[in-house]
Design a protein around this ligand. Structure first.
Ligand code: SAM
Length: 270
């Protein structure tokens, strides 16, 4: 890829350029021949090429037409299948129509990190694992524990679907151009369906959003549309707590209580 590519801010383009870091990330992914894998945002191919060598074939989803043209010129479809377009709208399920689980990787564009994680969570039942580079601050929120500052909606909604681990950090100098922030590699492995026990995932999302909407307020206030004092007693949760104190299981218990309880006059939530 000889001609210089001008990095586009609007596509969150920071290209990996440190060969040691690239090797470390590929080793962390542990690609094995025959794995079905898709890379989000291959860019100039820093991870794409070593992945293709190990796998034999790779899918990529890329939005930038210039980069797509480069990738097409450099790699035949037998080794690289290029899906042109927005990963936020991409149907990852279409890659696993025959049931083989999908591995998802990428140095994700940081400007769409939260929406892409929520989009991918919808395919958790068809995914084997996902390994991403993201802003360190986002990764800390993903893996944050109850009671910490980082713990919030992103933590609960992703921890509901995935076991996650922060693997290592990557400094700005590993990229061209260098981003302003530190990055981290994170691995997400879907939890068994039996552990994801919310009757109504959308309702769980609403309850969690309400609980963290005003972080300094107690659950009695933030969840007033969903729970009254008797409901709090029934689920065994102190209404004087703040949302950040609740575990993922607590939120599931609340959402299921709301989903299962008979409708009552004058109640707006549920
Ligand atoms: N993987 C390359 C690397 O590590 O050097 C590039 C990483 S760069 C941070 C993000 C990549 O995602 C860019 O190639 C960018 O064009 C692409 N991208 C940005 N927004 C996208 C979207 N909505 N859908 C698909 N690709 C996107």
């Amino acid at each position: 890829m000889s001609e210089q590519h001008q990095a586009r801010k609007r596509f969150g383009q920071n290209f990996l350029s440190d060969p040691n870091i690239i090797r470390k990330i590929i080793d962390a992914i542990r690609p094995a021949a025959g794995d079905r894998m898709v890379e989000i945002g291959p860019g100039l191919g820093a991870m794409t090429e070593p992945l293709m060598v190990r796998l034999g074939h790779l899918h990529v989803v890329e939005i930038d037409r210039d980069l797509i043209a480069r990738l097409k010129a450099a790699h035949p479809p037998a080794t690289l299948t290029i899906h042109e377009g927005d990963a936020l709208k991409f149907d990852f399920g279409s890659l696993v129509a025959d049931g083989a689980p999908l591995r998802v990787v990428g140095n994700l564009p940081y400007n769409i990190s939260t929406p892409i994680l929520f989009h991918l969570a919808d395919f958790a039942d068809r995914v084997k694992d996902m390994t991403f580079m993201l802003q360190k601050e986002v990764v800390m929120r993903m893996v944050g524990a109850p009671g910490t500052e980082e713990y919030g909606r992103l933590s609960v909604m992703l921890q509901y679907r995935f076991n996650m681990a922060r693997l290592f950090d990557v400094p700005p100098g590993a990229f061209r151009p260098a981003p302003k922030v530190m990055s981290s590699i994170v691995r997400l492995v879907p939890r068994p369906a039996s552990e994801c026990a919310a009757d109504d995932y959308a309702l769980l999302g609403k309850v969690v959003t309400a609980a963290f909407g005003q972080r300094r307020k107690t659950l009695r206030n933030t969840l007033r549309d969903y729970l009254d004092e008797a409901d709090f007693a029934a689920v065994g949760i102190d209404p004087g707590l703040r949302g950040e104190r609740l575990t993922v299981d607590d939120f599931v218990r609340i959402a299921n209580h709301v989903a299962r309880r008979p409708p009552a006059a004058g109640r707006s939530g549920g």
